[in-house]
Design a protein around this ligand. Structure first.
Ligand code: ZN
Ligand code: ZN
Length: 535
């Protein structure tokens, strides 16, 4: 059989594998690529023909694992999509939300193009109609109930403990009478999360495709994280300012609500400090969580059975409308604001940051992973000011980075999950991680666990046969287009030389012209200074 890495290979987003065996061709996950422009181009590259896929297995609802489902439908895929029942419920709201974002983005681009006199319209990556159509292809399957989506393929979903409905998959493929066992970790959760069950134990396999997001880091424990959240609340409450929490709408928002519920019970959330959930998607997701409470862990189910709803707070306000969202910042006084996106690169959170980042006494509390190149990552990395919604905003708020809320296993938790398979000869392919995390984890697995580890590249293809060395076909050059640094540097130098020539005659221009040019040059200067400081 052959497996091809269509995303999340040496990056974190765009999880997707295409597997071919005998006459069967299927995908595991169908994630959207998110990051800089070069990475996002991959969403449009028709690298495999989705209309020839027989079925798709989805590990969990996060967009980096599911976000291209509407796109593959638009490209002709009509087979079944398998996932757990809670994942189905989450996909129904998340894919539609994602489609709205795509439509709005295209509309915005088109307005901009029209203003520039360019009549060629931009098509959205996909539409709401595509999202609705693909959710009709979903076939829910429950945990630990093996099924056969094709004659030679048997699949079992097991709990991944990452978000509601998340799974790792055992895929057993029979070729010429021999069965090869593949395990796809999906995103592996951290044990002892507040709402959901812990990851199930790893099963034996020939090949393990494993995420490595936190391959080089550990998380602080959850109780400490709750203390830090309490500290942020006390800090901003005392100064009459707001606590802004960028959080993914699904899972993280609900975990934060649960933590605030616990803090309120301890008397560590002031009764007159309102808590806003300012994300229409988060509001819908919270409803999906309540509906699927039978998938929560024992403690949470016990709370529900006793009549306590851990997702409720005395002073909780949901803001659906834009008008209500704007009112949060025109209302003075302390408040906790949970809003999306979690990495600050889209959505209402940008407005909250613009209004609060510069305020002494405000807090920004990061409770999730901040990807390379996102505004969230730059703030966490300690920039003094940042451009948000076309405005340079100073960072005067106190920044908290709270690792204990992560939905991903930290390094030692990944190793603990792997432990039962150490020395068994399973071959590990590390995916879903940035370079440093992957290299660190690979070395650790080789040393402590005695397993072979590979780090596949985007578009790499590997032939798998149990008992033989996997044969890799190098990815095509287009997987990583070469950048001509010498040319770029020479071009920049030439432009600066030309600029100097023209500036020599600036005093012949009117004062208004001169001041315009000065302002534009200052902007370029600040852009360059920013770039240099990042390199
Ligand atoms: Zn995930
Ligand atoms: Zn992921």
């Amino acid at each position: 059989m052959k497996i091809r890495f269509m995303g999340a290979a040496q990056t974190v987003t765009g999880s997707c594998y295409v597997i071919e065996t005998g006459g069967t061709r299927f995908a595991v996950d169908c994630g959207m690529h998110q990051g800089n422009a070069e990475i996002e181009k991959r969403n449009y590259s028709n690298e495999y023909d989705p209309s020839r896929l027989d079925f798709i297995l989805v590990t969990h609802a996060h967009i980096d694992h599911s976000g291209l489902l509407p796109r593959v439908h638009a490209d002709g895929f009509r087979g079944p999509v398998y996932c757990t029942p809670p994942t189905r419920d989450l996909l129904e709201i998340m894919l539609l939300d994602s489609a709205h974002i795509q439509e709005m983005e295209a509309e915005w681009q088109n307005k901009k193009r029209t203003r520039h006199g360019d009549a060629r319209p931009v098509e959205p990556l996909y539409t709401s109609a595509d999202a609705e159509a693909v959710t009709r292809l979903i076939r829910p399957v429950d945990y630990r109930e093996p099924f056969e989506p094709a004659g030679n393929v048997r699949v079992t979903y097991r709990d991944a403990g990452h978000i509601l409905g998340s799974a790792f998959l055992l895929v057993e493929i029979t070729e010429n009478g021999d069965t090869t066992r593949l395990v796809f970790s999906g995103d592996l959760g951290r044990p002892d999360q507040l709402l959901i069950r812990d990851p199930s134990e790893l099963v034996s396999a020939h090949y393990l495709f494993m995420e490595s997001t936190y391959g080089d880091r550990e998380h602080k424990d959850e109780r400490k994280s709750r203390d830090e959240l309490a500290e942020a609340i006390a800090y901003s409450y005392g100064r009459g300012e707001k606590v802004i929490i960028p959080a993914f709408a699904v899972e993280r928002t609900q975990e934060v609500l649960y933590s605030l519920h616990l803090l309120a019970k301890d008397g560590r959330l002031p009764a007159d400090m309102p808590v806003y959930v300012d994300s229409p998607l988060a509001i819908k997701a919270t409803e999906v969580f309540r509906k699927n409470s039978k998938y929560f862990d024992e403690q949470t189910q016990a709370l529900y059975a006793a009549g306590e709803d851990p997702l409720r707070l005395p002073n909780l306000r949901y803001t659906q409308e834009t008008r209500e969202s704007q009112a949060i910042n025109t209302t003075p006084g302390p408040a906790v604001v949970i809003s999306a996106s979690g990495m600050c690169n889209a959505g209402r959170i940008k407005h909250h940051l613009r209004h609060n980042l510069w305020r002494e006494g405000a807090s920004i509390v990061f409770v999730g992973y901040q990807g390379q190149g996102t505004p969230g990552r730059r703030i966490v990395d300690g920039v003094k000011s940042i451009r948000i919604l076309n405005e340079e905003v100073a960072v005067n708020a106190r920044i908290f980075t709270i690792g204990g809320f992560s939905a991903h296993a930290g390094q030692s938790q990944i190793m603990a999950w792997l432990e039962s398979q150490c020395g068994t000869g399973v071959e590990v392919f590390l995916v879903h991680g940035e370079e440093r995390a992957q290299k660190t984890l690979a070395a650790l697995i080789r040393e402590k666990c005695g397993l072979k580890v590979r780090i596949p590249a985007y578009l790499e293809e590997v032939t798998l046969k149990a008992g033989t060395e996997p044969a890799a076909v190098a990815p095509p050059a287009k997987a990583r287009p070469e950048i001509d640094w010498t040319y770029l540097a020479a071009e920049t130098e030439a432009k600066i030389a030309e600029l100097n020539k023209r500036l020599a005659h600036m005093d012949e221009r009117s004062w208004v012209d001169q001041s315009d040019v000065r302002d534009r040059l200052l902007e370029i200067h600040s852009d360059l200074a920013g770039l240099i400081s990042e390199l």
